[in-house]
Design a protein around this ligand. Structure first.
Ligand code: CP
Length: 308
């Protein structure tokens, strides 16, 4: 995807975006945040098809569409749809294509949004597919880093937690590989960043460190990107119990970090950040989630061809 050709494009993987594309979307998001456009998507309909639970992504996409003057259709629970009668994802997509202008979808099956994009002539936006990708989360993560930290070049980011199943980490590492930053991956061996990503980053000349020792590593971080241990992706619940409390960001860990460290988390958190951290100037995870609005507005306006 290149600047000027966003209209009609799918947003399936962050790998489809060049450095120029990423910076352009962030710039459009900045413009929409500064100057709201309440009629920009008047008459357009977004289909919101979430086959997996969501709070932030689903609601911020809906709010973004409404704030731009568009409307939203969808279902609250997949059990109330004809999928329960055995309708395929392909046929479901063919139907929704006839009723809307853009599809935003989440699925626990990796590659499901890509399959839907093959069935659809309208843009399909991946709102998270299994442990694979979450490209729109990455765009709001980038927007947040740019706003709170300034540039990406020269930054050291520490990804902490479930790096095996954490799709937000996979997408963000790919996006940041366009910039001259260092990446530290902190995880137990069983949940380490997949080798394919490490190899790709090294080939692109990114400085990469891998460790399981958060206390030793965290002093290097400008941004600490915390993640939840992804219970729903573990084949064995006993394994999840082993790792669920492996890292926790609390005041003790914060003391070991740079004073200026920014703590991010895609949310939801389930115990891995002490709520006492919320009141510190380091915590930016709620602002990060709020940034979903201008960023998702930009994505919708661009793929629907109402902005370039
Ligand atoms: N960050 C994120 O994807 O949150 P939800 O699962 O609530 O959408």
């Amino acid at each position: 995807m290149v600047k000027g050709s966003f209209k009609g494009r799918d947003v399936l993987s962050i790998s489809d975006f060049s450095r120029e594309d990423l910076l352009h979307i962030l710039s459009v998001a900045g413009q929409l945040e500064k100057k709201p456009r309440p009629d920009l998507l008047k008459g357009k309909i977004m289909a919101s098809l979430f086959f997996e639970p969501s709070t932030r992504t689903k609601l911020s996409f809906a709010a973004s569409m409404i704030k731009l003057g568009g409307q939203v259709i969808g279902f609250a629970d997949v059990r109330t749809t004809s999928v329960k009668k055995g309708e395929t994802l392909w046929d479901t997509t063919k139907m929704v294509e006839a009723y809307s202008d853009v599809i935003v979808t989440r699925n626990d099956v990796e590659g499901a949004p890509r399959l839907m994009s093959e069935a659809s002539s309208i843009p399909v936006v991946n709102a998270g597919d299994g442990a694979n990708q979450h490209p729109t989360q990455t765009l709001l993560d980038l927007y947040t880093i740019q706003k709170e930290h300034g540039s990406f070049d020269g930054m050291t980011i520490g990804f902490v937690g479930d790096l095996k199943y954490g799709r937000t980490v996979h997408s963000l590492a790919v996006a940041l590989s366009h910039f001259k930053c260092s990446m530290h991956f902190v995880a137990p061996a069983a949940l380490k960043m997949p080798d394919s990503y490490i190899t790709m980053l090294k080939e692109k000349g990114i400085t990469v460190e891998e460790t399981d020792d958060l206390d030793a590593a965290c002093k290097h971080f400008d941004v600490l990107y915390m993640t939840r241990i992804q219970e729903e992706r573990f084949p064995d619940p006993i394994e999840y119990q082993k790792y669920k409390s492996v890292y926790k960001i609390d005041k003790r860990v914060l003391e070991l970090c740079k004073e200026s460290v920014k703590i991010m988390h895609p949310l939801p958190r389930v115990g891995e950040i002490d709520p006492k951290i919320d009141e510190t100037p380091n915590a930016i995870y709620f602002k990060q989630a709020a940034n979903g609005i201008p960023v998702r507005q930009a994505i919708l306006a661009l793929v629907l061809g109402e902005l370039e």
